[in-house]
Design a protein around this ligand. Structure first.
Ligand code: G3P
Length: 217
């Protein structure tokens, strides 16, 4: 499963990219607002840090303006992936952009039927929001299971990008179901490295190592 960081914070992206485990980045208008940075400038900077897809979202609601915005955004770098909302105009834009060889991430997906439409529109990625689905009394992971089943039934190439990830259980379940990608805030990705027994084990080994009086280098 590929790991994308859901953030526009450069320091976090640099730290995670340095591990060699970061496959891409997703942003949205709220994350750009939170960063306080200029959209074009920060997107260009992120594209220079990671080789993988960097999602940049259009804000227009109509197809013609979405195309104009996408045209500006895709010129930033070769690894820009245009993010469009799961609406009729969004999918029309998706179809046109992927037809021209531009990567598209169809976002704000909350049903398996919407995911089916995104795949039919040739989306590179579809982003079902599991956390927001859970928040509203639905089962986010059941949605991922349904989309996986449908995409496998018809051998769709669209990658399932599990979004709105809130904790490690979401990551674990997404991997068990066979989602292609998950995008999570840096704090959630950092927490995946941690286990209390790993810390305890290191502490115990180091305490005994000091007693040997030896050094490796
Ligand atoms: O970037 C889309 C998605 O991951 C947003 O997550 O936490 O705002 O529901 P959240």
């Amino acid at each position: 499963m590929k790991f994308f960081a859901d953030t526009a914070e450069i320091d976090d992206i640099k730290e995670l990219a340095a591990t060699g485990l970061l496959d891409g980045v997703t942003t949205n208008p709220s994350l750009i607002h939170k960063s306080g940075r200029d959209f074009m400038e920060v997107t260009r900077e992120i594209c220079g840090i990671v080789d993988g897809p960097v999602s940049a979202e259009v804000v227009a609601l109509d197809h013609a303006t979405m195309m104009k915005e996408a045209d500006v955004l895709r010129k930033i770098a070769d690894n820009v992936c245009i993010k469009v909302p799961l609406t009729m105009d969004g999918l029309k834009t998706c179809k046109a952009l992927t037809g021209e060889g531009t990567m598209v991430n169809v976002t704000l997906c909350f049903s398996a039927n919407q995911a089916l439409l995104a795949a039919k529109a040739g989306a590179t990625f579809v982003s079902p929001f599991v956390g927001r689905h859970d928040d509203n009394g639905f089962d986010g992971m059941e949605l991922i299971r349904d989309i996986r089943l449908i995409y496998d039934n018809y051998l769709f190439d669209t990658e399932i990008l599990v979004a709105s990830v809130r904790h490690g259980i979401h990551v674990l379940e997404a991997a068990k179901i066979g989602a292609d990608v998950m995008t999570a805030p840096p704090s959630v990705i950092r927490a995946l490295f941690k286990h209390v027994l790993t810390d305890k084990g290191i502490e115990g080994f180091l305490a005994d190592w000091v007693k040997t009086g030896q050094s490796i280098v």
